[in-house]
Ligand binder design. Sequence first.
Ligand SMILES: Cc1cc2nc3c(=O)[nH]c(=O)nc-3n(C[C@H](O)[C@H](O)[C@H](O)COP(=O)(O)O)c2cc1C
Length: 188
Amino acid sequence: MKILGINGSPRIGGNTDILLDKVLEGASVNGASTEKIVLNKLKFSPCQECEDMRDDGECIIKDDMRQLYRKIKDADAVVFASPIFFGSISAQAKKMIDRFQCLWRLKYILNKDTGYKKKKAAFISVEGSDREDFFENARSIVKNLFAAINAEYAGELFCSKVDEKAGILKHAGCLEKAFELGVKLARG
Ligand SMILES: Cc1cc2nc3c(=O)[nH]c(=O)nc-3n(C[C@H](O)[C@H](O)[C@H](O)COP(=O)(O)O)c2cc1C
């Protein structure tokens, strides 16, 4: 069981990062092999709305998204993590999602098999306020991604009122739920 964690926060050692690590820890103690990708460390362009899109679900732009497509394609489960920025997901997270337009087209316009392994996926997010509608905004975007990558929306964890860096460490309940989410994903 390969579980891929994708962190959309630019803050290393921040709340999303810590929470994602907890999910991966829960998965790993239950036998899953885990890997974490930090989007902010990858070099990739935003979608350029190319007119000459490839028909195989791969974007024509040659950058670090190439390796990420492969990792997502082959993962048994994905944990997508983003803080709430201006009422939605971070720019890093949205930039990655937009680069799946080629896959979305392959699946829903060309009606072809994308070759993406059927998988489970969970979404985790943190915000400074306690606005439920911000998480709802984020969830609706992330659900589109999960549909494109052939992933069932299998869980979520939203933590409110966490603003300072690593403040999530004072929210034992959230950390516990993150660990449990990892355990659940690893069990399949
Ligand atoms: C650019 C930016 C925009 C933000 N916008 C919101 C927001 O709209 N609503 C909110 O509740 N918190 C907002 N926050 C606060 C973050 O969601 C919060 O600090 C979160 O814990 C950051 O997680 P991280 O440490 O993983 O990056 C914003 C923070 C930044 C830097």
